[in-house]
Design a binder for this molecule. Structure first.
Ligand SMILES: COC(=O)C(/C=C/C1=C(C)CCCC1(C)C)=C/O[C@H]1C=C(C)C(=O)O1
Ligand SMILES: O=C(O)CCC(=O)C(=O)O
Ligand SMILES: [Fe+2]
Length: 363
């Protein structure tokens, strides 16, 4: 994927939110204050008024369980992908130590002094390193978030200069974690294929050497959480996204369901999975990538480790023939190259599901 044309990008001063709350704990600079229609309404996690995203027990999909258990869980998965685009997985098979270790090094990374983190800058027009991605103009509102993003796989997408030497165990932990998350993504895509009545390895074969990137998001507390957003509304450009919320994180992720922002309440040892734009296109819209955003908290911070899993850049994407019917379910998306979609995605600001207009066939 080619870098963006840096010369044309003027982003102004992007303040580091962790530093901001150290020096002026009660001040929210104008550039973070959202227009009234965009602001994150706080939703109490205690409220029982909300529906919750489905929970899929992956142990029920292993050989140790009965065929009925398997079918029931696959049905739940299919309903989750169709109605929610989001679900949590429990008994996912990734060792607690691997997950905890990743959380620990990510936390240590964000806790380092700014000078240390600045050794790995996200330059304007790039998406890897420490900073804020998706900023393309001086008047664009900023998210109340610090990010650290790295390309992980295949090795050709890595920028080794951005892999930090501190915390000392960071790279080793990220390698181990990413290997396990990759296995989980392949497994989930196999189950998703089964849930669609496709051959189990349909996605794996199509994706080739899949692209995997990780983004760590740190949201410090904010004195006026009702005025800002932790992360702007967006859908993910990936095929699947795996989100880990650190143990002491506040609730913050909200997904747009039936025009209402529904909070995602963390479950112990669960991972949150969401369908990305690529699976929406491949399934001709049967499984949807759902718009989501993050709100902040007055007292508590939030740390998330997010993996984007997507086809190789060379792969041509279009709705799968098995899921299209010229008469009853015609193609809703055109054919395109995934590398081109990735470029399009990272060269535009996060704006709901707007990125997918790239692929939509408009009648
Ligand atoms: C800040 O970055 C992102 O939010 C992001 C970027 C991912 C990427 C890298 C960090 C390096 C390699 C390229 C890639 C674009 C995957 C989001 O990723 C989404 C967007 C697309 C498209 C995707 O596949 O995942
Ligand atoms: O931090 C979160 O809860 C959500 C992060 C997210 O949506 C993303 O990184 O794409
Ligand atoms: Fe996201």
């Amino acid at each position: 994927m080619a870098p963006l044309p840096i010369s044309s990008i003027r982003v102004g001063k992007i303040e580091d939110v962790q530093e901001l709350i150290k020096s002026k704990p009660n001040k929210v600079p104008e550039r973070f204050i959202r227009d009234a229609n965009e602001r994150g309404v706080l939703v109490s996690p205690k409220t029982h008024l909300h529906q919750h995203i489905p929970v899929i027990d992956l142990s029920k999909l292993s050989k140790a369980h009965t065929h009925d258990d398997f079918l029931f869980e696959i049905l739940k998965l299919s309903q989750a992908c169709e109605a929610w685009g989001f679900f949590q997985v429990i008994n996912h098979g990734i060792e607690v130590d691997v997950v905890d270790d990743m959380e620990k090094v990510a936390k240590e990374f964000f806790e380092m002094p700014l000078e240390e983190k600045k050794k790995y800058p996200m330059e304007p027009g790039t998406v890897q390193g420490y900073g804020q991605a998706f900023i393309f103009s001086e008047d664009q509102k900023l998210d109340w978030c610090n990010m650290f993003a790295l390309g992980v796989h295949p090795p050709s997408i890595r920028n080794p200069k951005l892999w930090p030497s501190k915390p000392v165990r960071f790279s080793e932990s990220l390698e181990g974690y990413s290997k396990d998350i990759r296995t989980l993504c392949k497994r989930l895509l196999n189950y998703i294929a089964i849930s669609l009545g496709l051959k189990e390895e349909r996605f794996e074969v199509m994706f080739g050497e899949a692209v995997q990137a990780v983004r760590m998001n740190f949201y410090p507390p904010c004195s006026s959480p009702d005025l800002v957003l932790g992360l702007s509304p967006h859908s993910d450009g990936s095929a699947l996204t795996v989100l880990q919320q650190s143990k002491d994180s506040c609730v913050g992720l909200q997904i747009l369901k039936d025009n209402t922002w529904v909070p995602v309440l963390p479950l112990p040892n669960a991972l949150v999975i969401n369908i990305g734009d690529t699976v929406e296109v491949l399934t001709n819209g049967k499984y949807k990538s759902v718009e989501h955003r993050v709100v902040t908290n007055r007292e508590r911070e939030r740390l998330t480790i997010v993996t984007f899993y997507a086809p190789n850049y060379e792969v041509e994407i279009e709705p799968m023939g098995e899921l299209v019917d010229e008469e009853t379910n015609p193609c809703k998306y055109r054919s395109y190259n995934h590398g081109d979609y990735s470029y399009h995605y990272v060269s535009n600001k996060l704006q709901g599901k707007k990125s997918l207009d790239f692929a939509k066939i408009l009648n």
